[in-house]
Design a protein. Structure first.
Length: 713
């Protein structure tokens, strides 16, 4: 029976049958680990029986010049494809069983065909096409030969390339089957002609098997599921009887599912443990680093990245800390001891951290690196240092309270005398009037400090107000002007920022005054002190530079310790310690360093943030609408460092939802469109997509200016 229409329903039936053969072979092989090999062998036996039944139907299709033997082309290429996968991924024993199932089922098919033929002569049953006994045997021998060629060609091609072996082996095996079938049945001369005639059909219907084989084989190769390469001698020995323990073989097959299931369970538990470990590290508020034996950081959790000011994976750990020569992770891991190190943050703040290190081991229990925990102890050290200073000052306060009354009267007397001088002096004498103003300011600061000394509040909580930076610096210069003139020292104010800061103006003036006074004391007559200020890393940097004698490294290391002084014994020792505490109370930083490039003298550097920090009443409730990026992460860190309450949204939907649910926002800083009405007291600041420009929309302009300076710095 020949069907000539290429798009007939019978054609669709054939394509469905062909694809079903491939799919059932692939599926039963892919699931062999879950259901053992029994379903695969069952599918092979069923397809062989269907092959023989289909051959007796005599079903052929004509597609143009192609004459398709539907029975052979629907089942032989998929069966050889299944053998290839079994041999490549399951080994010789499984391949032998696969071929054995095909041969036994084929022989049963032959016997059933003989039985059917004989029965047709005795009983009227449907009968379509007769095949001789020899034709049946030729099909069996051709299938056996093609099976051998499948395994041999796979290993030969694999010596060149694994992917090529999976691509070409199905084509070679199908072509060999066609060749053997024609030569065995018709002889070489006629058989060669038949082989050449039907070769295009086998090539066309082997292409889908080649494609499936390439993808499945590549997947198996990438997951290391292929058996080891074999020599040709080992392949040929497949067909010789070899000694084997049948009991052991049967046990291997029966236990395969159990072994694979246990391995999968172990892999799942390992992956789950790793997932939980990664989650715990990511959420841990204590900084965590994974470092190899050479000091390279392999992983840093968000808390650690916040400490170092951004991603640090791939960098060297020892380059991130001060004095790395004194740190040995190996000694820490062996002794289980903790070490305190100094790390600078984004704003050059001096921060102190306690490190604890443990070894990380591989499967062979050999150390492959370190797990390092980083705990911030800056606040603890600051409190301890502040306590030491306060203890020193308390002793002074106990003694000072006795004489405070006399000093207070003395200050009042001095103010009275200055008032008389001011009233009787020549108002046009500018120099004299400046001297009077300087003395009045000095006496005022003295009375304020005396009041704090008596009340025990020498280092009080800053009273934050809006203060002009230039005016603070100018006042400190005025206080020291008389002493500078006495030594003929010039105080030069350059690059002074005319901006508003949220600080305690009196305390900051006290610090600058003290630093200028130290510079005057260290500078020889005729010298010079330079003062400048500039924007720096989200704040303001004030530098006071003298050309005096400077300090040694030993003196610098003790400069901020209470009671330490380079002056004669009994003079001072608390000025720098108090100044440092004041600056740290503003969440700033005070540093001393000798001038670079061989210049004499030293520089005192004060860094102060633009926004009020660490003051509860100044905390702002800020809604951020920023798309995730490294720049937005730095903005969030800076605003959190400024003591603000931050709520983050990463898209328009989250932003709208929060605005609808809550209205108690002080500041809204967003890249997203505002679709809700805001109260008049809410400061709304718009940011462009690149985070390079900010636009004032409504609210407090002073808040906007400070936010703008913070972001653009």
């Amino acid at each position: 029976m020949v069907i000539n229409t290429p798009f007939s329903l019978e054609t669709i039936y054939f394509i469905e049958l062909y694809l079903t053969s491939i799919i059932t072979i692939i599926t039963s092989h892919a699931l062999r680990g879950r259901f053992t090999l029994a379903p695969l062998f069952a599918v092979v036996g069923i397809q062989i029986m269907l092959l023989w039944q289909m051959r007796q139907l005599g079903w052929w299709l004509n597609w143009g010049t192609l004459k398709i033997d539907t029975a052979l082309l629907a089942f032989v290429p998929p069966l050889l494809l299944g053998l290839l996968f079994s041999y490549a991924m399951d080994g010789i024993r499984v391949a032998r069983a696969y071929v054995g199932v095909m041969m036994l089922t084929a022989l049963v098919g032959c016997l059933f065909a003989e039985f059917h033929d004989g029965l047709a002569h005795q009983v009227p049953i449907p009968y379509v096409f007769y095949l001789s006994r020899y034709t049946h045997l030729v099909a069996v021998l051709s299938l056996l030969t093609a099976s051998i060629v499948t395994m041999v060609s796979y290993d030969l091609f694999r010596k060149l390339n694994t992917n090529i072996s999976f691509l070409l082996t199905p084509a070679v095996a199908s072509i060999v089957f066609s060749f053997c079938k024609n030569i065995f049945e018709y002889g070489f001369v006629i058989g060669w002609g038949g082989f050449v005639h039907e070769l295009p059909e086998y090539i066309v219907f082997t292409i889908p098997c080649m494609i499936v084989s390439s993808f499945y084989g590549h997947w198996a190769y990438s997951h290391q599921l292929l058996m080891p390469k074999r020599n040709l001698k080992d392949i040929v020995s497949l067909w010789r009887i070899t000694e084997s323990n049948l009991t052991e073989m049967r046990a291997d097959v029966m236990n395969a599912n159990k072994i694979i299931s246990e391995l999968r369970q172990l892999n799942y538990e390992l992956e789950e443990a790793q997932r939980i470990n990664r989650y715990q590290m990511r959420k841990n508020p204590i900084g965590t680093l994974l470092i190899n034996l050479n000091g390279k950081i392999q992983y840093a959790n968000p808390a650690a990245e916040k400490i170092f000011g951004g991603p640090v994976a791939g960098s060297n750990f020892f380059q991130k800390i001060h004095n790395p020569q004194a740190l040995s992770l190996n000694k820490m891991a062996i002794s289980s001891s903790n070490v305190t190190v100094k790390i600078d943050d984004l704003n050059d703040h001096e921060c102190w951290y306690e490190l604890a290190a443990t070894y990380r081991y591989n499967a062979q229990k050999q150390p492959v690196g370190y797990s390092v925990m980083i705990k911030d102890i800056t606040r603890q050290l600051q409190l301890k240092r502040k306590q030491n200073i306060e203890n020193k000052l308390r002793d002074i306060q106990n003694a000072g309270s006795v004489i405070s009354h006399d000093f207070s009267n003395l200050f009042l007397g001095m103010q009275g005398l200055l008032l008389q001088l001011e009233n009787t002096s020549n108002k046009n004498d500018i120099v004299f009037q400046q001297g009077i103003s300087s003395l009045k300011a000095t006496i005022g600061r003295g009375r304020e400090m005396l009041s704090q000394l008596v009340s025990g509040q020498v280092i009080s909580q800053p009273y934050i107000t809006t203060t002009n930076l230039r005016e603070i610096i100018q006042e400190a210069i005025t206080i020291n002007l008389t002493q500078a003139k006495d030594k003929n020292i010039k105080i030069v104010l350059a690059n002074s920022l005319d901006i508003t800061l949220y600080v305690d103006g009196g305390q900051i003036c006290r610090v600058i005054t003290n630093l200028i006074k130290n510079g005057l004391r260290a500078t020889a007559e005729g010298g010079e002190i330079n003062i400048d200020s500039q924007h720096h890393r989200g704040g303001v940097l004030i530098r006071i530079k003298d050309n005096g004698s400077g300090m040694s490294e030993e003196q610098l290391s003790h400069a901020f310790e209470p009671g330490y002084s380079t002056k004669p014994e009994g003079q001072g020792g608390l000025g720098l310690a108090i100044s440092q505490q004041i600056i740290e109370a503003h969440e700033g930083r005070l540093l001393l360093s000798n001038n670079s490039d061989g210049e004499p003298g030293m520089t005192a550097s004060i860094w102060l943030p633009h926004m009020p920090i660490n003051v509860q009443e100044q905390e702002k409730n800020i809604l951020l609408g920023l798309e995730p990026s490294p720049i937005s992460d730095k903005i969030i860190m800076a605003l959190e460092k400024a003591g603000n309450q931050i709520t983050e949204t990463c898209n328009q939907e989250e932003f709208d939802a929060l605005l609808e649910e809550e209205s108690d926002w002080d500041i809204i800083l967003s890249q997203f469109k505002l679709n809700h009405h805001l109260n008049a007291d809410v400061t709304w600041i718009e940011v462009n997509r690149e985070l390079t420009e900010v636009t004032y929309k409504q609210g407090d302009e002073t808040t906007y200016n400070n936010i703008r300076e913070l972001l653009l710095s």
